[in-house]
Design a protein around this ligand. Structure first.
Ligand code: SAM
Length: 208
């Protein structure tokens, strides 16, 4: 069984703990190897499934919230979407821009998006929502709803652990935060990164 196939790798190994203990608070994870914890160098199975099942259909405008190195956006650009990514990490955005010239990358906070209302058809979030403190989740939802057109779609991957430690996110968190949205799918599963599997909730959400 490979490491990616083995769910026991969700728990922290000694090297994982050392990796995170070595990270100064607030440091840019893309300045070190920390990003390898979650980075996936090919489009995620749940994104492919959303396209295969025609829940996401090109063309349209896609915004990735906390886009990291932009892998999912580059894939969607090839499918015919116009793609924009936002992230706080200048290092990630520099690398993403160098790799993917057909994607627009903007340094911004997902809690204060620098876009007009209702300009996107699709939002992606793979691993950003769980960084929001509980008291900021309503603001995250407000910004997501503001920039999405009515009926627009959010493919959310909410991780259940940060640095290997279980957080407070569960199905109820998603239902409460997105109370006005239609929840088309909400499943607890392990999503792959290049180095491990990450326990997460996958949600398909439709904007009111
Ligand atoms: C777990 S990583 C996932 C990155 C990327 N989505 C992926 O799948 O590889 C979370 C990303 O969210 C970004 N992030 C965290 N808080 C953010 C915020 N308030 N606004 C914008 N980006 C944020 C981090 O810089 C990081 O790139």
């Amino acid at each position: 069984m490979s490491q990616l196939d083995n769910p026991s790798h969700q728990s922290q190994s000694a090297s994982d703990r050392a990796l995170h203990q070595a990270r100064p608070a607030g440091a840019d994870p893309y300045a070190t190897e920390v990003y390898r914890w979650w980075h996936l160098s090919h489009p995620s199975p749940e994104l492919r499934a959303a396209l295969d099942e025609a829940w996401l259909v090109p063309p349209g405008r896609v915004l990735d919230l906390g886009c990291g190195l932009g892998t999912e956006l580059a894939f969607l650009a090839r499918q015919g979407f116009a793609t924009v990514g936002v992230d706080l990490s200048a290092i990630a955005l520099r690398r993403a821009s160098a790799r993917y010239g057909d994607v627009c990358f903007v340094q911004a906070d997902v809690l204060a998006l620098p876009f007009e209302a209702e300009v996107f058809d699709v939002l992606l979030d793979r691993g950003c929502f769980h960084y929001m403190p509980a008291e900021r989740r309503a603001q995250y939802e407000h910004e997501a709803r503001r920039v999405l057109r009515p009926g627009g779609r959010l493919l959310l991957r909410a991780c259940l652990r940060a640095a290997g430690v279980r957080n407070d996110i569960d199905e109820a968190t998603v239902h409460e935060t997105f109370a006005h949205w239609r929840v088309r799918q909400l499943a607890r599963t392990d999503i792959p990164s290049d180095t491990r599997r990450l326990e997460a909730l996958i949600a398909r959400l439709e904007c009111p």
